[in-house]
Design a protein around this ligand. Structure first.
Ligand code: GTP
Length: 309
């Protein structure tokens, strides 16, 4: 292809261009520039009417390490973080910069991972930094795991979304909730029952959130793999990144042999969580992206084993 001759026009210099688009010279400045001379509104003490449950920052994106029992055993993901603490009635506000200072400090010490022992340390250090009796951390991030075709053994990566929330209260109390949202195949039992042949099926999104026992040992149980198994093993079939024809035949027949309503899904997943002595309380929700409707079907269940049900 013949290139056109380059056209070159003399533009105003950069400073002039910025002025052209509205930039002005700095005005006269009278307020202090040294930190110790600046007003510190957030640390003002008075009666500010109410104590606040949660003050902090959210939607903070940062790299985070995930260690996993499933391949790949170590990976970097992008976490979406929320940090907060309570604020006393006598305090005007929090020192927001300390949340991201703590994040950077943890990152530099190479401690930023989904390991609960590290996240507990993070909240305790955050409370010390904020000079508050409590601190809370929430992280959501995609997690990738290898999945092989049931016949061909051909592997690819699937992913699920992880969620961790750690609440610390001084001197040494933690509440830890972990969660996972993953996708499965569900085949409609009603459709299978009433039709001469076939049955409609769809992709179901299963969301699990659990509160773990205080002495939960993450070195012996990978909670991510446990939650994924609870979701997938109770579905009509699992999802695969690569399926050859013999694989496709297996998952199609498997789905037909294991039909599930959304109600069946949440009850079966709930049964697995109920049986686990590592789980104190849980929430399970299933949302089926229906293939014979424009709308979705949903079901959910919440059980706290400390309460009679
Ligand atoms: N409390 C509060 N801070 C805000 C709000 N909006 C922005 N800020 C933040 O205020 C921060 C600066 O205040 P501080 O973190 O208290 O700064 P500082 O007092 O110099 O920090 P320390 O040295 O830790 O005491 C910036 O990070 C702003 O993002 C808000 O609604 N409330």
């Amino acid at each position: 292809m013949r290139q056109k001759d380059q056209v070159s026009r003399q533009l105003p210099d950069k400073e002039e261009r910025l002025r052209l688009f509205g930039s002005v010279k700095p005005g006269k400045k009278t307020k202090p520039v040294k930190k110790e001379d600046m007003a510190d509104l957030q640390n003002k003490q008075a009666d500010f009417l109410f104590k606040l449950d949660e003050v902090g920052i959210t939607n903070v994106k940062h790299p985070i390490q995930i260690n996993s029992e499933l391949t790949p055993n170590q990976q970097s993901s992008i976490g979406s973080f929320t940090f907060s603490s309570t604020v006393e009635q006598s305090s005007k506000g929090t020192n927001m910069s300390r949340f991201t200072e703590q994040l950077q400090d943890f990152h530099q010490r190479n401690l930023l991972s989904f390991d609960l022992v590290n996240l507990k340390l993070f909240t305790k250090e955050l409370a010390t930094r904020l000079k508050t009796p409590d601190a809370k951390l929430e992280i959501e991030a995609p997690w990738f795991f290898e999945r092989k075709g049931p016949s061909s053994g051909l592997a690819g990566l699937n992913h699920a979304d992880l969620k961790v929330s750690v609440s610390y209260t001084a001197p040494d109390q933690y509440e830890i909730r972990v969660g996972l949202t993953g996708s499965v195949t569900t085949l409609c039992p009603c459709s299978k029952e009433i039709s001469e042949y076939s049955a409609h099926n769809q992709r179901g999104e299963v969301k699990l959130e659990i509160e773990l026992v205080d002495n939960f040992d993450e070195s012996t149980i990978d909670w991510k793999a446990f939650l994924l198994e609870a979701a997938e093993s109770n579905a009509s079939a699992r999802l695969h990144p690569i399926l050859k024809r013999p694989d496709e035949k297996i998952v199609t027949e498997q789905a037909y042999e294991n039909p599930r309503f959304v109600e069946d899904m949440v009850r079966l997943v709930a049964a697995d969580l109920y049986e686990s002595d590592q789980v104190i309380a849980f929430f399970v929700r299933c949302q089926n992206h229906e293939s014979i409707h424009l709308h979705d079907a949903i079901a959910s269940i919440t059980i706290d084993k400390r309460v009679e049900h």
